[in-house]
Ligand binder design. Structure first.
Ligand code: HEM
Length: 273
């Protein structure tokens, strides 16, 4: 069988779905771990954002295109496999095999997740959602001194380049600002709940497609998948929850960080004189 024929068969399509799913599973874990830096304070997450933004444009475009391609192929294979299944099942046929809630809702959770991802990119990357418009001043009006950009800190010292403190985008306060809206936070928590369900079943299916989910390992691997989904849920949901519960506050409101931010503005101002 040629590669083309294999990829046109049900088995090949399932394999493509599993491989693209795996790429997305890894991206989600990496993204969650990066976001959790917010709990280490503004310097940690702003420095992380600085590193991400310093990746050369060509590489960033390649990463973004690969992610987009992975999402596109994943959805396309899901549609083809669903149509194939429908054709193969006689009319009125009811599947007697016991299925889990997650497996029955894969298509629904997938569609809602896609809408979430589109909203999320418009919210934090493109910033055109009301109150997050891509006028950085609009997003940061509430920030003392309008500091859209703050000095980059390392070991509590500002990083100096050519006698100037290096400036980085204030992702920390932008995230707090976004999640101050309880409707937005609720939508994020709901969506990452669905992501948890989608991942728990999706990862079990990846094990199945790769032939690892045999009788002896089935229960254990399903547990691994569930634990992964739960970790992702808790990790992502903790951020909007902490903002709503006021455990995470704007940098200038928190006594531990007030100093660094105001110090950085002062430093910046004195270096421009
Ligand atoms: C509380 C949860 C989350 C937070 C705080 C968060 C934060 C962010 C931020 C700040 C950005 C913008 C990065 C930048 O342009 O500087 C971003 C981009 C993105 N996020 Fe999230 N995220 C969350 C959940 C998720 C989830 C659950 C997914 C996927 C299932 C996701 C997928 C993405 C994608 C695809 C991008 C665009 C990456 C790019 O710029 O190419 N995020 N996220």
């Amino acid at each position: 069988m040629s590669i083309r024929q294999y990829l046109q068969s049900s088995l090949g399509r399932k394999w493509l779905m599993a491989m693209t799913g795996l790429i997305l599973v890894l991206f989600v874990m990496g993204h969650m771990l990066g976001n959790l830096l917010i709990f280490l304070g503004p310097d940690a997450i702003n420095a992380y954002a600085y590193k991400l933004h310093s990746i050369p444009d060509a590489i960033m475009t390649l990463i973004r295109l690969s992610l987009l391609l992975a999402v596109g192929i994943h959805i396309w294979m899901a549609v083809l496999l669903t149509l194939e299944n429908k054709k193969a099942k006689p009319q009125g046929f009811k599947n007697k095999v016991k299925s889990t809630y997650a497996s029955r809702t894969m298509r629904m959770s997938g569609v809602i997740l896609l809408s979430f991802i589109i909203f999320h990119i418009l919210h934090y990357t493109v910033r055109i959602v009301p109150t997050m418009e891509y006028n950085d001043n609009a997003v940061f009006t509430e920030i003392a001194g309008n500091s859209n950009y703050v000095a980059l800190y390392k070991d509590s010292h500002p990083v100096i380049k050519y006698d100037e403190p290096v400036q980085t985008f204030n992702v920390y306060d932008m995230l707090i600002h976004g999640f101050k809206n309880p409707y937005v936070s609720f939508f994020y928590i709901l969506s990452v709940g669905l992501l948890c369900l989608h991942l728990a079943h999706g990862i079990s299916s990846i094990f199945q497609t790769f032939g690892l989910r045999n009788v002896a390992w089935r229960v254990r691997l399903d547990r691994v998948a569930l634990v992964y989904g739960l970790i992702v849920f808790i990790g992502f949901a903790s951020i909007p929850s902490a903002v709503i519960m006021e455990k995470l506050k704007y940098s200038w409101e928190s006594s531990e960080t007030e100093n660094t931010i105001s110090q950085s503005i002062e430093l910046h101002q004195s270096s421009t004189h």
